[in-house]
Design a protein around this ligand. Structure first.
Ligand SMILES: Cc1ncc(COP(=O)(O)O)c(C=O)c1O
Length: 476
């Protein structure tokens, strides 16, 4: 088949998709047998792909699929596989891939309402559903972003407009020392100097210390600063810790601060009863980030920012231009360019809309409940292993642990635990990552993927036990 012409008929497009699907379907069906990571000799293998020149003529599809599926895709951490327990995974729902295929094929323009009112409406429905999940009232709104970082950035910009107007000077932002790096980065990009972000120490459960937070705000006011934004964590990246959101909402109210919650990881656990108990207070925030490409299992590139009062987003973003159409004034019809930094944008809503409509939200709630169970199960198993210390118990579906040895100092223990992590990952059935908690290097287990079930967690524990024995045998 000849695929090199630009304009394909419907039948040719179907054949192209079918040919690609052959490889994709084979890949899907072998996912649970694929290694959890394959990055040995990554540099030469990646460099072997650099040899490519700008193609002057088309190439046969078979060759390209071979290169993709035999050389490019496998050279990776297997972020779609059931053994990926690192960072904060999502897996990548296949239903969403079909949504993307349709979205890309019909290529509608969703930056302004009038260009595709139907597609814009479907995306607005998704935003409304997310507001409902967050517990937000009528009048709330938001938009889908490429991920949590851009959502946090836009939240900071909206908060600044709402509380400081055009000013930046003296504006001060509060968050815990466990807050994701995207918050200080967003503050920097929004024009705030580094010392305007105060990272407050967290307690032994990695939640923000409220007493120190209050003291810092008072001290900053005395020094003539202008506290305007408080960021709460609803599931930190390090340990999954959730700040006391009720207490933070009270404090923000008393101090007149914009209350933003970074719930990129934790927010969708609000779909479960246990999650709702942990996240109580999230519904009182002024803005919240929920990342469907984390705990709603979507492919990368699906984030969201929700704001309790949608007009606050408009105040920060709305601009007119002679070449743009007239914008909507009705509260139920949205021009996304008036709420967000982008004008032209992919119709991110379609992948979410299709998957949620096909599966129903209860399927997601059940899957998240299972992840909470699996994290508790893993913690219980780890407790039984001699020498293992659980440094962070699961508050949601993430936990942190390390190996301890009597008589070893912290640097020695850190070296031991780095080796421990390598030994687990070398077995390639699961992939874990580590992090620093203060001066301690710890290993993390983050159970999020919809493809991770008890069988894979049992393998994870087998590999952890084997690594503990190996290190004991090595006299390390
Ligand atoms: C708590 C938290 N917030 C924000 C982010 C940034 O999200 P993204 O990687 O989608 O930009 C992450 C990423 O892991 C996160 O864990």
């Amino acid at each position: 088949m000849e695929w090199s012409k630009l304009e394909l008929t419907g039948a040719e497009f179907r054949d192209l998709v079918n040919a690609a699907m052959e490889r994709v379907a084979r890949w899907v069906d072998t996912l649970d047998r694929q290694p959890a990571s394959d990055v040995k000799d990554a540099e030469p293998r990646a460099r072997s792909l650099v040899e490519e020149r700008l193609p002057r003529q088309g190439s046969p599809l078979d060759e390209l699929l071979e290169l993709l599926f035999d050389r490019a895709v496998p050279l990776s951490l297997n972020t779609a596989g059931p053994g990926y327990l690192a960072y904060i995974p999502g897996g990548g729902l296949l239903h969403a891939a079909v949504g993307d295929l349709i979205a890309d094929a019909v290529n509608r323009y969703v930056g302004v309402w009038i260009a595709a009112p139907g597609m814009v409406q479907l995306e607005s429905n998704v935003v409304r559903w997310f507001c409902e999940i967050a517990g937000y009232p009528e009048g709330s709104g938001g938009f889908l972003t490429s991920g949590g970082s851009l959502a946090n950035f836009t939240a900071i910009v909206a908060a600044r407009f709402a509380r400081l107007g055009d000013r930046l000077e003296g504006g001060t932002i509060y968050a815990s020392d466990q807050t994701h790096s995207s918050i200080p980065k967003a503050a920097r990009l929004a024009g705030f100097p580094a010392d305007s972000v105060k990272l407050i120490p967290s307690d032994e459960t990695f939640r923000i210390r409220l007493d120190l937070l209050e003291q810092q705000i008072a001290a900053d006011r005395r020094a003539g600063k202008e506290p305007f934004l408080l960021v709460g964590n609803a599931g930190t990246t390090n340990t999954g810790a959730v700040d006391d959101l009720q207490a933070l909402a009270d404090l923000a109210e008393r101090e007149g601060l914009w209350f933003h919650v970074d719930a990129a990881y934790g927010g969708f656990f609000n779909l479960t009863e246990r999650g709702r108990a942990v996240l109580r207070g999230i519904e009182r925030s002024d803005s919240v980030v929920l990342d469907p490409h984390k705990t709603l299992f979507f492919p990368y590139g699906t984030g969201s920012l929700l704001v309790r009062d949608r007009t606050k987003l408009e105040e920060a973003h709305a601009l007119s231009a002679d070449y743009l159409p007239e914008m909507r004034r009705a509260p139920d019809l949205v021009d996304f360019c008036q709420l967000s930094p982008e004008l032209s944008r992919p119709p991110r809503g379609l992948r979410v809309w299709l998957a949620l409509k096909l599966c129903g939200i209860e399927a997601f709630a059940r899957a998240l409940d299972e992840k909470l169970d699996l994290a508790q199960w893993a913690a219980a198993q780890l407790r039984e292993i001699e020498g293992i210390e659980i440094v962070a118990e699961p508050q949601l579906s993430t936990l942190a642990f390390r190996l301890t040895r009597p008589g070893m100092d912290t640097p020695e223990l850190n070296r031991l635990n780095r080796r421990f992590l390598e030994l687990i990952n070398e077995r390639r059935r699961v992939y874990l990552t580590g992090t620093m908690l203060g001066d301690r290097f710890v290993l993390r287990i983050c159970v999020v993927s919809f493809r991770t079930h008890l069988d894979r967690m049992e393998q994870a524990l087998e590999d952890i036990r084997a690594a503990v024995s190996e290190l004991a045998g090595a006299g390390d």
